[in-house]
Design a protein around this ligand. Structure first.
Ligand code: ZN
Ligand code: CA
Length: 500
């Protein structure tokens, strides 16, 4: 199987196919040009995209082993629409946006009213992707939202090449956490481009999402802009890209040597310009020919009506790999999830007697109450959001946080979360008869240990891998020895007695 988006990028021939296609009166999707522009601006994204595709292929291979690419579980993606408008026509109605959500749900679940238009020979390939969409009810701050933001802007149009629609400082609106939400920006996209999407791994996280021309959002009658693209299929197509799908003809404008990387879509030479009828053969794909009814072709909205099982499996594999944050998003659930970390330190390793500051990091509904329990800590409980706690004695201690907002609450316990070490480099017991233990405090790393006898001869050396090192001295005669410890703090020598 070919790698998908990469071939889409490499095989791109025209400099501005989005524009070119628009001028010829076709569906104008700027996803390829967008992906190419992003790659030019951020060369490291090429690697990221490859990494994403490898993970997806691995996932697909696993799935093939047990379910033959039929998708089993339903997942729901929280969506936020950001409407940018410079005049009232662009400030589209809630009704139009809700109709878009309906179309997405119908198309992805194969509950579209025109599913019967799929020709009988392609019907067995048509898939319920088991992907659904919900309007977010909780914003990134944990506050209630309609799932629609509306921002008046001085910009009368937005160029996809600059992505200004996604940048508040340039007259757009910033994304909501792109791990937890599908961001869909709506505005007057320049050159009548109907939409574009960031394929997985092709853009910066804060720019990830889908952009739609305001005239292409939702379905008539809620969509009042009479065009061939007023049934909400632009979003279906762009969300397909956002979930990793390439154009069905493989993106090289007239070739049979490229592919969309999906095995159950026929190899197709060229995109479809309007509303085809009957069987159209290209690339030896008889007897049934091109699947121009596929959402990833360029047909008019009224003439597309299916995703295939292969496309469904691919999109689900993308969700479970590079877009897995969506699976645990609480944006549509009005519930709360407890979590916490540290305010400053990356880990919770601390020297006895020192204090550390915890940071509540709950998700979903905004927390208004916190109840902490600190095993081994002082204080042992707190109701602050980010409490400071002192740990007097070495050991490993659990931390428990219950967060609450009204009647909604959740508790998270992390066993052994805090690791309190001795305050100094400690060697014990001394004198010893069989073993010596060397324990290191937090933030100091002993690298090398050397035991030297009274004649100045090295009798034992060791490298340390763990915080506590055990040295076997049973074979050494009684006497006085010197232990040389080389650590990140320098070198020090301890006098040790072995007695029997
Ligand atoms: Zn497209
Ligand atoms: Ca194919």
């Amino acid at each position: 199987m070919r790698t998908l988006a990469l071939s889409a990028v490499l095989c791109l021939g025209l400099a501005f196919p989005g524009l070119a296609q628009q001028l010829m009166g076709n569906r104008s999707c700027a996803t390829n040009t967008y992906v190419e522009a992003m790659q030019a601006q951020h060369p490291s994204l090429g690697q990221e995209q490859q990494r994403v595709q490898q993970a997806v292929q691995q996932k697909l291979q696993q799935q093939r082993q047990w379910q033959n690419l039929r998708v089993a579980t339903t997942i729901t993606i929280p969506v936020v629409f950001h409407v940018l408008y410079s005049d009232e026509a662009e400030n589209i109605s809630d009704e139009q946006i809700l109709s878009q959500l309906e179309v997405l749900n119908a198309d992805f679940r194969r509950r579209n009213a025109d599913a019967g238009n799929t020709p009988a020979h392609f019907a067995p390939y048509a898939a319920d992707t088991r992907i659904e969409f919900c309007l977010a009810i909780i914003d990134p701050n944990g506050d209630p939202t309609t799932g629609i933001t509306r921002t008046q802007t001085y910009r009368t149009e937005f160029d996809y090449a600059y992505d200004y629609i996604k940048k508040a400082e340039n007259g757009g609106t910033n994304a909501w956490d792109t791990n937890r939400y599908l961001n869909i920006w709506v505005g007057n996209v320049k050159d009548k481009v109907l939409g574009y999407a960031s394929m997985p791994g092709t853009t910066l996280p804060r720019l990830d999402g889908v952009v739609l021309h305001y005239t292409a959002v939702g379905a008539a009658p809620a969509n009042k802009f009479g065009s061939e693209y007023n049934l909400g299929r632009t979003a279906t197509h762009e969300v397909g890209h956002w979930l990793g799908l390439s154009h069905i003809w493989g993106d090289d404008d007239a070739s049979c040597s490229d592919s969309d990387g999906i095995s159950d879509t026929p190899n197709q030479k060229y995109y479809t310009t309007d509303c085809e009828g009957g069987i159209r053969i290209s690339c030896d794909n008889g007897p049934y020919g091109d699947m121009y009814q596929n959402y990833m072709d360029y047909s008019f909205d009224a003439c597309m009506n299916l995703f295939t099982h292969g496309q469904a499996a691919y999109m689900n594999a993308v969700i479970s790999t590079s877009r897995s944050g969506l699976l645990s998003s609480l944006a549509c659930s009005a519930s709360i999830r407890s979590d916490f970390g540290m305010v400053r330190e990356a880990d919770s390793l601390v020297v006895a007697g020192e204090s550390i500051q915890f940071a509540a990091a709950s998700e979903g509904v905004r927390a208004t109450e916190w109840l902490w329990e600190f095993e081994g800590g002082v204080p042992t409980t707190s109701t602050q959001e980010n409490p400071v706690v002192t740990y007097p004695r070495p050991g490993k201690y659990s931390v428990k946080l219950t967060v609450r907002n009204g009647s909604t609450s959740d508790t998270e316990v992390k066993e052994g979360f805090v690791h309190v070490t001795v305050s100094d480099l400690t060697v014990f017991p001394n004198p010893t008869s069989d073993y010596l233990y060397i324990e290191q405090p937090a933030r100091i790393r002993v690298r090398h240990v050397e035991l030297i006898n009274s004649l100045g001869k090295t009798v034992l050396t060791a490298e340390t891998r763990h915080r506590t090192l055990q040295l076997d001295v049973q074979h050494l005669p009684s006497g006085v020895y010197f232990l040389r410890l080389t650590s990140t703090n320098g070198t020090e020598i301890r006098r040790i007695s072995i007695v029997r």
